[in-house]
Write a protein that binds this ligand. Structure first.
Ligand SMILES: NC(=O)c1ccc[n+]([C@@H]2O[C@H](COP(=O)([O-])OP(=O)(O)OC[C@H]3O[C@@H](n4cnc5c(N)ncnc54)[C@H](OP(=O)(O)O)[C@@H]3O)[C@@H](O)[C@H]2O)c1
Length: 246
């Protein structure tokens, strides 16, 4: 029996890839899938992967209770994810929020609820190992190049701007000594998935770091890692790197 993982937003662009990764991991069990529609349909069939024996449910509270989930992974909407995380914490389930753009007040509430419960939770704007490595370099570079700007490009359906990842990278750059505030430019156009470019300018030279997400399948391994590590965590992790230490 593996770690029991529920996914909210399991029929969506990103949640479906998270669910696929959990389903494929030998040490994780996908025990519940939540969305607003498709109630009662098997998630594997909905995703075109064949039966998984995991029905889509619309009531998160009921799904957590029925499935005895230990971890909730959320890829829903900015105004929904905070409520989901708080509900999970009330039920003794550790939330991993992948949804970006959640209001600051919701994040504060999650932080308080995690402290009160003495448990672990994560709000992670990007599950890609490429972004984890990019963030490491962003900690080094401002020492030599304090002038830096971020360009983020995403698909036209993305609700939040700037992206949660760009805001995370900006915090890293500013903490490492970049000129504040680091400007962030947002592009929303068809044809994109998720792309982040960090451009450092020095005397007579520029240095450009660029990460491209071609497929949301790239988030799966990071989601699985977060699910395993959040079980050992006390407190709130705000990036994938801090979970690596657990
Ligand atoms: N952290 C990361 O690495 C990462 C990577 C990519 C995206 N994201 C973020 O993930 C979020 C989702 O993006 P997406 O493109 O996957 O969205 P999407 O394709 O629109 O999927 C949203 C999912 O949430 C479900 N949903 C919406 N409201 C719900 C509710 N009240 N209760 C239960 N389920 C609900 C939808 O179900 P219905 O279709 O039935 O409404 C759908 O399954 C965004 O905030 C995005 O920025 C994060």
């Amino acid at each position: 029996m593996g770690l029991r993982v529920a996914v909210a937003g399991a029929t969506g662009r990103t949640g479906s890839e998270a669910a696929r990764a959990v389903q494929a991991a030998a040490d994780l069990d996908l025990v519940a899938a939540v969305a607003r529609s498709r109630a009662g349909q098997d998630l594997g069939v909905v995703l075109g992967d064949g039966p998984w024996n995991v029905p889509v449910e619309t009531d998160l509270d009921e799904a957590l209770r029925r499935s005895r989930a230990e971890v909730l992974v959320d890829f829903t909407l900015p105004d929904v994810a905070g409520r989901h995380a708080l509900l999970a914490l009330q039920r003794g389930v550790r939330p991993i929020v992948g949804t970006t753009g959640i209001p600051a007040g919701d994040l504060d509430e999650i932080r308080r609820a995690v402290a009160d419960a003495g448990t672990g939770a994560a709000v992670i704007p990007n599950f890609s190992f490429g972004i984890l490595l990019l963030a490491r370099f962003c900690r080094e570079a401002p020492r030599f190049y304090p002038e830096v700007e971020i360009i983020e490009r995403h698909h036209a359906q993305k609700l939040d701007r700037p992206s949660g990842t760009a805001m995370q990278l900006r915090r890293v750059l500013e903490a490492a000594g970049a000129r504040c505030p680091v400007p962030v430019h947002s592009v929303r156009l068809p044809g994109h998935v998720a792309h982040h470019e960090i451009v450092f300018g020095g005397a007579g030279e520029t240095l450009t770091l660029r990460h491209d997400t071609q497929s949301r399948a790239s988030f799966g391994p990071g989601v699985c890692l977060a699910a395993r590590r959040v079980m050992r965590l006390r407190g709130l992790a705000l990036d994938l790197e801090s979970l690596l230490e657990e």
